[in-house]
Write a protein that binds this ligand. Structure first.
Ligand SMILES: Cc1ncc(COP(=O)(O)O)c(C=O)c1O
Length: 342
């Protein structure tokens, strides 16, 4: 385990030796021409796990969301999304710039949209209103502290969307964290949306890649948009091989990351100088308010002690646990926070 404790994100994880081995041995073809066997195997596995008809391998979660927007909507449509959703806030404005949709960002209770509010905003296509063709949900919700969206709440949102003639896309970048923190399988979460994407490159440790899953007809059209965006990848089996290891070997350990996140939150509460709600730690993300202390000063103090941190506000830090965060890293971080509080 590295001596550097990196709490910035679960995106910093490195491929495991089993992944590197699988990458070296992967049977390859040209996936843009439609026959890379390892990519096909990964797509088949992703579709099976999410209970969808088909899946498409993408370079990133951002591209999955953008391709979902392009495939589900027409330029000028309204898309309803939670106000801190990754799609709305952290994807470079691609929704507006490239999909030409109007994002209707709504407030939420810890990331979960209110279904009645969604129903109220399902503007129909008319001479005056843009028409609402898509509702996006996030599972788990990154900027609501890795919160797991309850399935009955998502069902009510999906019902409101479908009744208003829209479809539902689930940004499940951390879908398998939701699986690890709930009684439900990936398919049981994904059934609440028409399409779902998930990332292999975060807690699951693959170096690159995400999957966009939906019915056959959707995936054929999504494949066109991926190509148009320059996301067609040739011998992508090299990456898909790591993704297969991620799905087969890495999902089962995510609960360890959640346990460390809970331990971290409990330790921070004990220090008494920071704001954190341990009851809100569902998975691997802990948001902490730093009260009077500048978050950037804590980040700088961390860097001096080989602890990498990420400020999400002037007085807020987000800590993320993952495969490369060990118990002693959590203790070192708590020591640092104790010293700074004193
Ligand atoms: C909820 C969510 N969606 C999408 C993404 C985008 O994934 P990528 O970094 O692979 O583009 C992220 C990345 O952190 C995320 O947290």
């Amino acid at each position: 385990m590295s001596s550097v404790a990196d709490f910035r994100s679960d995106t910093v994880t490195h491929p495991t030796p089993a992944m590197l081995d699988a990458m070296a041995r992967a049977p390859l073809g040209d996936d843009v021409l439609g026959h890379d066997p390892t990519t096909a195997e990964l797509e088949h596995e992703a579709a099976r796990l999410t209970g969808k008809e088909a899946a498409l391998f993408m370079p990133s979660g951002t591209m999955c969301n953008l391709v979902a927007l392009l495939t589900h909507t027409q330029p000028g449509d309204q898309v309803i999304v939670e106000q801190w959703a990754h799609t709305a806030c952290f994807e470079g404005g691609g929704a507006g710039m490239l999909a030409h949709v109007l994002l209707r960002t709504l407030p939420s209770d810890r990331g979960l949209l209110d279904a009645d509010l969604v129903a109220r905003w399902m503007l129909p296509r008319s001479e005056h209103t843009p028409g609402t063709s898509l509702v996006c949900v996030e599972q788990t919700h990154n900027f609501h502290g890795g919160a797991v969206m309850p399935r009955d709440g998502l069902r009510a949102i999906a019902d409101a969307a479908h009744e208003g003639g829209a479809r539902v896309h689930m940004d499940g970048a951390r879908l398998f964290n939701a699986v690890a923190a709930s009684e439900a399988s990936a398919a049981e979460h994904a059934v609440l949306a028409d399409t779902v994407s998930f990332c292999l490159s975060k807690g699951l440790c693959a170096p690159v890649g995400s999957l966009l899953c939906g019915d056959d007809e959707f995936v054929v059209r999504a494949r066109f948009h991926r190509k148009r965006l320059g996301g067609g990848m040739r011998q992508s089996g090299v990456l898909a091989a790591a993704g297969l290891v991620a799905l087969r070997e890495m999902t089962g350990r995510l609960g360890d990351d959640h346990e460390r996140a809970r331990r971290l939150a409990a330790g921070i509460v004990e220090i008494g100088a920071y704001d954190v709600d341990p009851g809100a730690v569902d998975t691997n993300i802990v948001f902490v308010g730093t009260r009077g202390m500048a978050a950037e000063a804590i980040v700088a103090a961390g860097a001096d002690s080989d602890i990498l941190l990420y400020a999400t506000g002037v007085h807020q830090i987000r800590f993320v646990t993952h495969h490369d965060v060990a118990d002693d890293h959590v203790e070192r971080l708590l020591d640092l926070l104790r010293r700074l509080a004193a």
